[in-house]
Design a protein. Structure first.
Length: 152
């Protein structure tokens, strides 16, 4: 059994170790760009977006629309940089939960439908980034190396 574990788990892990920084970086770039752009577009069409939010049944659209727009714009930008990644990922995850619960839930008829939503994939990525962090190719990692507790 030890040979199987070594071949199927440990060997691929050793091969992947030199590029382990790539997964978090690509995840941050993809979702960061998508949400930064989405927030920018929403902010530049607030009256129309407020109408959309109201039509979707999102509570207090006059407040939630600009709030969500700023969360997406700033959160997306922070993820792109890998700056305060864990703090940025949490409100973005919450916006995905709200979007699923208020806008998309009526169309969810199965677990397959729920998991097939792009919002579910974004939610999973945000939760992963909140828990695991931005990876070593990030401003967070640089700040930690430069000013972290281990330097004291």
């Amino acid at each position: 059994m030890g040979n199987v574990v070594d071949w199927a788990i440990e060997w691929p892990a050793r091969l992947a170790r030199p590029v382990s920084w790539l997964g978090p970086l690509l995840a941050r770039i993809v979702v960061g760009e998508v949400f930064m752009t989405s927030g920018w577009v929403k902010l530049h069409n607030l009256p129309g977006m407020i109408e959309n939010f109201a039509g979707w049944g999102i509570p207090f659209p006059q407040f939630t629309t600009p709030f969500v727009s700023v969360v997406e714009l700033v959160g997306g930008a922070l993820l792109l940089l890998g700056l305060f990644t864990r703090f940025a990922a949490v409100p973005l995850a919450i916006t995905m939960l709200v979007a699923i619960a208020t806008v998309l839930w009526p169309d969810v008829d199965s677990l397959d439908t729920l998991l097939g939503l792009s919002e579910s994939a974004y939610l999973a990525i945000f939760l992963w980034l909140a828990a695991a962090g931005p990876g070593c190719a990030s401003v967070d990692a640089w700040l930690q190396r430069r000013f972290g507790r281990d330097r004291e």
